[in-house]
Design a protein around this ligand. Structure first.
Ligand SMILES: NC(=O)c1ccc[n+]([C@@H]2O[C@H](COP(=O)([O-])OP(=O)(O)OC[C@H]3O[C@@H](n4cnc5c(N)ncnc54)[C@H](O)[C@@H]3O)[C@@H](O)[C@H]2O)c1
Length: 322
């Protein structure tokens, strides 16, 4: 059994590797070559801290696996990551554990790689102003991925904790792939109204901006909310969205408070959700159809993408399974 550390994962993963793996996983999923099981979700001593298990099984590769994530939002005050993840990869031939992978960086790359593919399909071709709300690991990784698929001219950043914005900007200055302007927004609504592509990457349980701030033609990646009671995106934004796509529709109806809350209030019906990124990729459902549409990628995580990316990491590290 191979133990793979965060450092090893960081040395391997970059967007050149991540984006094709995620794309292939979506295509394989549409063809039934990899599929997810139901998620298990457990509040830990109250609702703020949760444990979550995601599972997936391959029919075209000799692996199945699970990811366990603890999400403890208060951890950032203790200098710890708010999301801590580990992936167990098993053999479909013997059931033996093949690899135990530290998956914090892998999760962030999987999440942002998937958002980048969704953005490439759904955002306007001329979208070049990116707005990021939140300034943690997910926010950083979203910038790394989205700058690869649109030529960014302006990056607008907002966080409820102003002290974090400055250090985030310093970190982005070091990794930006072209000389775009980075602007600290005074409010989340200013960040949203100045941007063509928005990524919300917060631990907030309540909406972080007003739907009235979203301009026609915007694409939104809603990353932070992953439980039925977390709502990062308000109902107006969901109502204004012409297309809503996700990683895994069943997963969305299990865990996406952004969609479940307006659904339970009778404000939307199930057909508000168009389908998956994989279905757009394979032409089963349509991409953006005009410059005015507002598109929403509602991300809740997917065992399929985690397991596909962990197989790629395992193959990169262990020569004899290549
Ligand atoms: N969709 C997915 O697949 C996926 C994957 C991994 C993590 N996540 C989720 O993404 C979220 C962010 O993760 P992270 O690791 O970057 O967390 P983090 O704790 O490192 O960063 C969260 C940031 O959000 C900011 N924030 C909180 N409330 C805010 C508000 N109302 N307005 C603006 N900023 C606010 C905090 O100050 C902090 O900087 C978490 O909820 C996590 O569970 C989703």
């Amino acid at each position: 059994m191979q133990q793979i550390t965060e450092e090893q994962v960081q040395n391997i993963l970059d967007m050149e590797l991540v984006l094709p793996v995620i794309k292939e996983a979506y295509e394989d999923c549409v063809e039934g070559k990899i599929y997810a099981g139901n998620r298990i979700f457990m509040p830990i001593r109250g609702e703020k801290n949760v444990g979550q298990w995601l599972v997936a099984n391959c029919t075209n590769k000799p692996y199945f696996g699970s990811k366990f994530s603890s999400v403890f939002p208060g951890n950032s005050k203790k200098g710890l990551p708010s999301t801590i993840s580990k992936i167990s990869l098993y053999s479909t031939e013997t059931g033996e554990l093949q690899a135990l992978i530290d998956a914090n960086y892998l999760t962030a790359n999987k999440t942002s790689g998937s958002a980048a593919i969704a953005t490439d399909l759904m955002a306007r071709k001329d979208a070049n102003k990116l707005g990021i709300i939140g300034s943690g690991l997910q926010a950083f990784s979203q910038v790394l991925a989205i700058q690869e698929i649109r030529p960014i001219e302006e990056l607008h950043v907002y966080d409820i904790n102003p002290g974090r914005i400055e250090s985030f900007i310093e970190r982005i200055e070091k990794i930006k792939n072209r000389p775009y302007k980075i602007i600290a927004a005074k409010t989340a609504d200013e960040c949203v109204s100045s941007s063509d592509i928005i990524c919300t990457c917060t631990t907030s349980h309540t909406p972080v901006f007003k739907g009235s701030s979203v301009k026609p033609g915007t694409h939104i990646n809603a990353i932070g909310s992953f439980t039925s009671f977390m709502q990062e995106i308000d109902t107006e934004t969901v109502l204004k969205s012409d297309k809503v796509i996700t990683e895994h529709v069943e997963g969305l109806w299990e865990a996406a408070g952004d969609i479940l809350i307006p659904f339970e209030q009778g404000k939307i019906t199930k057909d508000k959700v168009s389908g998956t990124v994989g279905e757009v990729l394979t032409g089963k459902i349509t991409k953006r159809e005009n410059e005015q549409e507002i598109t929403l990628y509602e991300s809740v995580g997917s065992g399929v993408l985690d397991i596909a990316l962990s197989i790629a990491v395992y193959h990169e590290l262990v020569e004899d399974v290549k």
